[in-house]
Design a protein around this ligand. Structure first.
Ligand SMILES: NC(=O)c1ccc[n+]([C@@H]2O[C@H](COP(=O)([O-])OP(=O)(O)OC[C@H]3O[C@@H](n4cnc5c(N)ncnc54)[C@H](OP(=O)(O)O)[C@@H]3O)[C@@H](O)[C@H]2O)c1
Length: 366
């Protein structure tokens, strides 16, 4: 084993141990992202060395200290790329946020894996990784995009195994709820912006040096709701409008650094988002919109029934991105239609096509 590899191994053993208390697993290498099966897999591919002295299997605090020392020494020499750290991954790499089973991130992760990428599939709840955990070249990593510590930990782990590069970052994580603006609790609204907007920017800021190092690609998940006026989805559509602007300005700011940014104006895709808490309105009787709830729910279910299969959406996104697209793409059902309508049709026509279906004409002054 080369000297570089030894440095990397000590590094990774220690990092793993700081999140996985199984001391016997320390010998296996980079399993900080997975359980023992992945441990064995990566250990083989990386020729990871078993600990040679009792000190290497010491208690967690000692190892954590060693980890910090390794990180510091490498970063102090190469702050941007850690280029003295030998990468143990020789494939192209992609990191995706929000990879829960059934969702777009999950399908995109599988799509990249099938194309031969090494995938960092991140989730805030690791139990939702489902079958992703069984795939070769997929590392499951915990990442809550609203928590700075979680972002930093994830970034450091990825940098250690890639040698400080990342070819593609896909900001996919997002939340949605349905509620009229007059009934909206502002704390809940701010929390949505924390995930959809500020979480996306925080993850981008953290991983940008790695993507710049590899002259890579950043993909940002927006929505057709960003350019229409969908009643009862005001907070979500406002957040996606913000995402769209952030993403498009990033496209211009990162172009001179060799990074391509792609905004995905997704139409509808059949995912768990349609049935999560908050996807159906539960309004108080005093709400001006109380009698629209059944109609609004019906429209949502109709919308879901016309949605693209999530695998089809993932294939469309990945294909366009890898083909070199430089401007926003509009996959998903109604994506192309909304693109055309918002380009050529008057706003009143677009409003009239969408909002009566959701029950807005049922609203009367009390
Ligand atoms: N489905 C559509 O029709 C559609 C249309 C346009 C745009 N989009 C966008 O596509 C993206 C994916 O949505 P989806 O339809 O696939 O729904 P989904 O299955 O609910 O996926 C959303 C993902 O984001 C994760 N997430 C939520 N808060 C997070 C946080 N604080 N940190 C990290 N991850 C977090 C969710 O984790 P949990 O499972 O733990 O909640 C889940 O993994 C979202 O940005 C959404 O706005 C979807």
């Amino acid at each position: 084993m080369s000297e570089c590899a030894l440095v990397r191994c000590r590094h990774v053993h220690s990092t793993f141990n700081s999140v996985c208390p199984s001391s016997s697993s320390i010998a296996h290498g980079t399993c900080f992202v997975r359980h023992s099966r992945q441990c064995d897999k990566i250990a083989q591919s990386a020729e990871c060395q078993k600990p040679t002295s009792p000190s290497q299997t010491a208690t967690q605090p000692a190892l954590a200290t060693a980890t910090n020392a390794s990180i510091d020494s490498i970063h102090s020499t190469h702050p941007a790329s850690s280029s003295t750290t030998m990468s143990i991954i020789h494939k192209k790499t992609v990191l995706i946020t929000g990879c829960s089973a059934g969702g777009i991130g999950h399908a995109v992760a599988k799509n990249f894996q099938q194309r031969g990428y090494h995938v960092f599939a991140t989730l805030r709840d690791l139990s939702k990784a489902a079958d992703l955990a069984d795939l070769e070249n997929v590392d499951i990593i915990e990442l809550d995009v609203t928590k700075p510590d979680s972002i930093t930990r994830c970034k450091e782990r990825v940098a250690h195994v890639t040698g400080g590069t990342l070819d593609i970052l896909f900001n996919n994580a997002g939340v949605e709820f349905i509620k009229p603006l007059l009934d909206q609790d502002l704390t809940e609204a701010r929390e949505l912006f924390d995930v959809n907007v500020w979480g996306l920017l925080a993850v981008t800021q953290a991983f940008a040096p790695l993507v710049i190092e590899s002259r890579g690609i950043i993909i940002n998940q927006s929505s057709i709701d960003a350019v229409i006026n969908p009643v009862f989805a005001g907070i979500f559509s406002a957040s996606k409008a913000a995402v769209t602007r952030l993403s498009e300005v990033l496209r211009c700011e990162l172009e001179p650094l060799g990074v391509r940014v792609v905004t995905v104006m997704s139409g509808s895709a059949d995912t768990p988002m349609f049935t999560k808490p908050g996807s159906q309105m539960h309004l108080p009787e005093t709400s001006y919109y109380y009698n629209t709830q059944a109609q609004s729910y019906k429209e949502r279910m109709d919308f879901q029934s016309k949605a693209w299969k999530v695998d089809v959406l993932a294939e469309s996104i990945v294909k366009s991105v890898l083909a070199g697209v430089r401007y926003p793409i509009w996959p998903g059902s109604f994506g192309f239609l909304v693109r055309i309508l918002t380009w050529i049709a008057p706003i009143s026509l677009v409003d009239g096509l969408i909002n009566p279906e959701r029950g807005i004409n049922m609203v009367k002054r009390l």
